[in-house]
Each structure stands twice: as structure tokens, then as C-alpha cells.
Design a protein around this ligand. Structure first.
Ligand SMILES: NC(=O)c1ccc[n+]([C@@H]2O[C@H](COP(=O)([O-])OP(=O)(O)OC[C@H]3O[C@@H](n4cnc5c(N)ncnc54)[C@H](O)[C@@H]3O)[C@@H](O)[C@H]2O)c1
Length: 462
């Protein structure tokens, strides 16, 4: 059942960039009843989506792709639907440059296209959903205006900042049931239009898709209206804080190791304090993914441009760099000699329920193991093919199951907390291993149970 928008409430929305953010946003807005065009310059993505085949792994996406065929269409050409659009959402990538600055070339290329084809009599509201440095709303406005000037036309239009906070692996859930929606604009009309776009979410008037049920006890999300600059800074502040929280517990995992405490117990003990909260307190191999590393580097770069020391954020990055080594150290403690050993690695994606491997801890750790002379057998439920294609130089033996990765291995190393690893028959698997060594890089298993099966078990900070 699609969303319950009346005809007058439906908006024509173009989303440029059909990756994790753009596709999810497009599917959610289409489900709510808006008319959505998803644009991607990568024609292979468009072709697949047109055939109803999802290009990313995200729970619930396949169902929405099927159900939204009347409200969402896909194209490789932005210009075609531009004159009809009420809103154009920019959701292209904003990768790091080598100096930590953000590469805005994709965003600026889209702005140029918009300026080159926008109808000056009926300009859409432009929305920056990509994570972009402070001042980018103004920069996008300038680029569009330059293109309009070239055409000899002028008009008044708005660029709003609408940062995205979804988590991969729960992207549709987070889009339909967010904690808050942040919109940064000085233009009341643009603000109202975005409020209209999000109205079914803000008021929760839609029937939830079967695959993405409304969480029990969910209230209504907050609508936070700010200046564009504050909205841009909110996104970096949020990601830097979350990255710092993980680095913080990882730092304490090291001292827990030394003194013989269990960081899982410690995290529980502090997380029950409402001022702290239990989230992002899982010690592990350090943060990765497509956002935290690049966003932390980007805000550090911005800080340096404004002569503003960001010592805490800098330290979070440093702790994270060291954390990758901790996993190898744990393995060395049990295995003693890495060269010549076979290590079964479970998990390649940077977190569970996604096929995204960007800056995944597995990349660094596998590279280090191979450099040290280990043979690596790897298994991931969904990210395996992407990993194999992205890192052809890594001489990894890919396995069809966790059991196959464990078989004949000297040690098993868990790097992603996929739920299926929790439910494996570890008592049987350990019998197939050369030696029963387990390094649980995500502290996800019951250590007592594994020790009972004969494993030499170690986690991170326990
Ligand atoms: N992935 C996340 O969890 C997440 C969460 C919050 C915010 N963000 C931010 O959202 C933005 C997008 O992230 P993503 O993970 O979806 O990126 P992505 O790399 O998965 O997708 C970006 C897409 O944009 C397309 N593209 C690039 N230039 C284009 C152009 N000129 N015209 C049309 N399409 C173009 C690419 O082909 C690609 O498919 C980034 O700024 C990111 O920091 C991401």
C-alpha cells in the first residue's frame, strides 16, 4: 500500500545520485506518494534499477522497488525532467581529497547542469543532501547563478541544506522513522516546501511498508529549522561525535585488556546512564565506512582553515588508526606466529546488513595479514563479490560459507557482526579447524560458551 498523499500534496522531486542515500531517499519519497525521478550518471545503475534490480544491498529496498513502479522512475539524464521539478535533491558522493578536504567536483558538476537547464520562470528548490563542508549551499548557489548568467537569464531560487543521518543497513527504516529532520535555509517558501515533502514522515500518516515496520513506541520526528551553515555543521558535529564515542570505548578497551576487566561489562555499566546512552559503545576494530573517516578528515581540514584546533577529533582519528593493529596483536597473542598460518576472516563489509566495504576495517586487517605471510580465507554474506572486484590484488581465498572459511584454519577472526555468525554451530566448526583460536573482533559471541567448546577466545577489551 502506497502513501496517502492527496494529489495537491504530491511534489515532483528529482534526486541526483542514486547511491545509498539517493536510492533510499527516492524509494521512501516515492512510497509516500511523491513523483520521483532518480538520476544517475552511471547508466549501468539506471539500467538495473529500471529492471527492478537493486544496485545496493539494503533491507526492504527490493520490496519498495517493486511497489514504487508508478511513482519512481530512473534516468541517466537530469535535464529531461528539470522544468517540471519542485525540488532537486543533490545526493552525489563527496569523497576525500588526499589532504582531507572534501572533493566537491561531483556536487559542482550537478549544480552546473541545474544552472544550465533550470527554467527561470519556475525554478525548483535545490537541496544539498550530500554531506558537504560549511559554505557549500552558497557555493552551489554561485555555480548555478554563473550558469544562468551564461544563458543571459536570472531568477531568484533557493539552495537549502538537508543533511542525511541514515545508517546503512537500516537506511529505509531511518528515512521513514528518523529521530529528526534538519533543514537549513533562510527562505520560508523553501522551508515550507521541504516541510510538505516530509509531511507524511513528520506526521507519520502513511501505512508502513511490510518490510519496514514502524518501530513500537515511535513518536514523531523533530523538524529542526536552522541556517544553512548550522545545518552543514550539524552533520559534521554528529559524525565526529559518534566516531569519537567509538574511539573512546576502544581506548578504554585497551586498558580493560591490561587490567583484566571486560569492556562489554564496562560499556553496559556506563551506557545505562541516560546522559551517556548505550549506543556506539561497542569496542571493535575501529570505525570505517563511507562517512566517518572522510567526514572526520573533512572537519579537521575545515578546522585547520579557520585556525581552529580540533584536538578531540584529531585524537579520535589517531585512536582509530591504532585500533586496527589491536586486532592483529590479539591474533598474535594466541597464534604466536602469523607467517604460514591460515586465518579465516568472517565479515568484509564495514558493518552488518550492508554490502558497503568503503574504508572497512577488513581491508587494512586483511592487507596486514597477507603482508605478514598469512593465508586468508574470507566469507561475507553479501559483500564478498564487491570486495573481490575492488581488491583484486589481495590474494584472498573466498569461501561460500563461514564453515568453509573456518575449515582447516588456524584461527577465525570476526570482523563484521553479521547476525548469522551469532548462530553458527561453533561446537561443530571448531572440530574442523587446525587449532581452535577465535579472535572476536566485534565482541559478539558468548565467550564462556566458546571456551567450553575448547576455543582459545579473545575479544577486544575482554
Ligand atoms: N552512505 C551513507 O550512509 C551516508 C549517510 C549520510 C550521508 N551520506 C552522504 O551522502 C552522499 C552520497 O553518499 P552515498 O553513500 O549515497 O554515495 P554513493 O557513492 O553510494 O552514490 C553516489 C552516486 O552519485 C552518482 N553521481 C555522481 N555524480 C553524478 C552526476 N553528476 N549526476 C548523476 N549522478 C551522479 C554516482 O554514480 C553514484 O551512483 C555523500 O555526500 C555522503 O557523505 C552518506
Amino acid at each position: 500500500m502506497l502513501g496517502a498523499l492527496k494529489t495537491a500534496e504530491k511534489l515532483n522531486i528529482i534526486i541526483v545520485g542514486t547511491g545509498y542515500v539517493g536510492l533510499t531517499t527516492g524509494m521512501a519519497l516515492g512510497y509516500l506518494g511523491h513523483r520521483v525521478t532518480c538520476v544517475d550518471k552511471d547508466q549501468s545503475i539506471v539500467d538495473k534499477l529500471e529492471r527492478g534490480i537493486s544496485t545496493i544491498y539494503e533491507p526492504g529496498l527490493d520490496e519498495l522497488l517493486r511497489d514504487n513502479s508508478e511513482t519512481v522512475n530512473f534516468t541517466g539524464v537530469l535535464l529531461k525532467d528539470l522544468p517540471e521539478a519542485d525540488i532537486v535533491i543533490i545526493a552525489v558522493g563527496t569523497p576525500s581529497k588526499s589532504n582531507g578536504d572534501t572533493d566537491l567536483s561531483f556536487v559542482e558538476a550537478v549544480a552546473k547542469e541545474i544552472g544550465g537547464a533550470m527554467d527561470p520562470d519556475n525554478p525548483p528548490v535545490i537541496v544539498n543532501k550530500s554531506t558537504v563542508p560549511i559554505g557549500t549551499a552558497r557555493r552551489v548557489e554561485t555555480v548555478i547563478r554563473e550558469e544562468l548568467d551564461k544563458r543571459g537569464v536570472s531568477c531568484s531560487f533557493s539552495v537549502a541544506s538537508n543533511p542525511e543521518f541514515l545508517r546503512e543497513g537500516a537506511a529505509l527504516h531511518d528515512t521513514l522513522y528518523p529521530d529528526r529532520i534538519v533543514v537549513g535555509t533562510e527562505d520560508v517558501q523553501a522551508l515550507n516546501l521541504l516541510r510538505q515533502m516530509y509531511a507524511p514522515i513528520l506526521e507519520q500518516t502513511f501505512t508502513p511498508p511490510q518490510s519496514v515496520p514502524r518501530p513500537e513506541g515511535y513518536g514523531l520526528p523533530a523538524f529542526v529549522s536552522t541556517s544553512p551553515t548550522s545545518a552543514e555543521l550539524i552533520k559534521y558535529t554528529a559524525n565526529a561525535f559518534l566516531a569519537m564515542k567509538i574511539s573512546f570505548i576502544n581506548e578504554f578497551a585497551s586498558i580493560a585488556d591490561k587490567v583484566g576487566a571486560d569492556i562489554v561489562e564496562v560499556a553496559k555499566g556506563i551506557g545505562l546512564d541516560k546522559r551517556i546512552g548505550p549506543w556506539f559503545l561497542n569496542a571493535g576494530p575501529g570505525w570505517g565506512g563511507s562517512c566517518f573517516p572522510k567526514d572526520v578528515r573533512s572537519i579537521l581540514f575545515t578546522g585547520s582553515q579557520y585556525n581552529c584546533d580540533m584536538d578531540l577529533v584529531q585524537a579520535a582519528l589517531e585512536v582509530n588508526r591504532k585500533q586496527r593493529k589491536k586486532v592483529i596483536e590479539k591474533l598474535q597473542q594466541s597464534l604466536k606466529v602469523i607467517r604460514g598460518s591460515t586465518v579465516g576472516v568472517l565479515g568484509l563489509s564495514f558493518k552488518p546488513n550492508t554490502d558497503d566495504i568503503r574504508e572497512s576495517p577488513s581491508i587494512d586487517i586483511i592487507r596486514e595479514l597477507l603482508d605478514m605471510g598469512a593465508r586468508v580465507k574470507a566469507y561475507d554474506p553479501v559483500a564478498q563479490e564487491r570486495y573481490r572486484q575492488t581488491y583484486p590484488e589481495q590474494n584472498v581465498v573466498y569461501c561460500g560459507s563461514a564453515a568453509e572459511a573456518a575449515r582447516e584454519s588456524d584461527a577465525v577472526l570476526i570482523l563484521t557482526d553479521w547476525d548469522e555468525f551469532r548462530h553458527l554451530p561453533w561446537d561443530e566448526l571448531c572440530e574442523t579447524m587446525k587449532s581452535k583460536i577465535m579472535v572476536d573482533g566485534r565482541n559478539m559471541l558468548d565467550s564462556d560458551e566458546l571456551i567450553k567448546y575448547g576455543f582459545t577466545y579473545s575479544g577486544i577489551g575482554r
